[in-house]
Design a binder for this molecule. Structure first.
Ligand code: MF3
Ligand code: CO
Length: 251
């Protein structure tokens, strides 16, 4: 069953998503050489709590931090710690906030200092692939129409989409139905309806799409050691254009 959010629920969810987006922006502004990933995690935690919200990821299935910070060949679920960001790194920040019964979930990859042309292209293609998918996030389409648009755009730019992790419904739970893959044939999966809220989140690799999870059980890296980028927003299906809920404006 895919939850349909009513207007009252959406008021709370918009607020949760605003806090989440502001946390992403704050983290992104901290990305520069010499800053440790732990410092970013601490600042984001303090910000979310100051808003009267809770970090969605902290203790989720035992996850030990408020943010996922995934540098260079780390795809997702990088655990903040002692690593100090270096000039030329690309830094994926994924954050969630829980407020008045609802979660927001969003991510973006930020360049640290001066990054290579290929790294810049990877970041840009990943973000644009989200917008290519978003064009199909309307009633009358099915979930995999989003998936197919993302994959087509990414691959036409010479990159690959991660298969073993996918986007998802989001709302009262961080992960709800349906799964939203970033690959696949169009015309499959549930039909999209007004009031559904989806986390659309392409994870894009420079080389092969295969990934491997490190012994900590979280850190997910590219199998070939090449770069990876991530971009995610929480999106509301409406009768018209989809509404991106994870926007920081107005907080
Ligand atoms: N944004 C991630 C996702 O959509 C959530 C991180 S998983 C956690 O799956 F365990 F770290 F919370
Ligand atoms: Co997500």
């Amino acid at each position: 069953m895919i939850a349909i959010k009513n207007e009252r629920e959406l008021v709370a969810m918009r607020q949760a998503c605003k806090i989440t987006a502001a946390a992403r922006a704050l983290a992104g502004e901290m990305v520069r050489p010499g800053v440790s990933t732990k410092q970013i995690d601490k600042a984001v935690h303090a910000f979310i709590v100051a808003q009267g919200a809770k970090p969605s990821f902290l203790k989720y299935h035992g996850y030990p931090a408020s943010v996922c910070i995934s540098v260079n060949d780390t795809v997702i679920h990088g655990i903040p710690g002692g690593y100090t960001l270096q000039d030329g790194d690309i830094v994926s920040i994924d954050v969630g906030a829980y407020y008045q019964g609802f979660h927001g979930d969003c991510a973006a990859t930020f360049p640290c200092g001066a990054v290579s042309t290929q790294a810049r292209k990877l970041i840009d293609v990943t973000k644009q692939s989200f917008y290519e998918g978003l064009r199909f996030a309307t009633p009358g389409h099915r979930v995999s129409d989003i998936s197919h648009a993302i994959q087509t755009y990414v691959e036409s730019n010479g990159f690959s989409v991660v298969r073993s992790f996918v986007g998802h419904g989001v709302g009262a739970q961080l992960h709800e139905e349906p799964e939203v893959p970033n690959f696949g044939a169009p015309g499959r999966g549930p039909r999209l309806l007004r009031g559904m809220t989806l986390a659309i989140e392409p994870m894009v690799n420079q080389g092969v799409y295969d990934v491997r999870v490190l012994d900590d059980g979280w850190t997910t890296v590219t199998a070939d050691g090449k770069l990876s980028a991530h971009y995610e927003n929480t999106v509301l299906i409406t009768d018209g254009e989809p509404e991106i809920l994870t926007v920081a404006e107005g907080l």
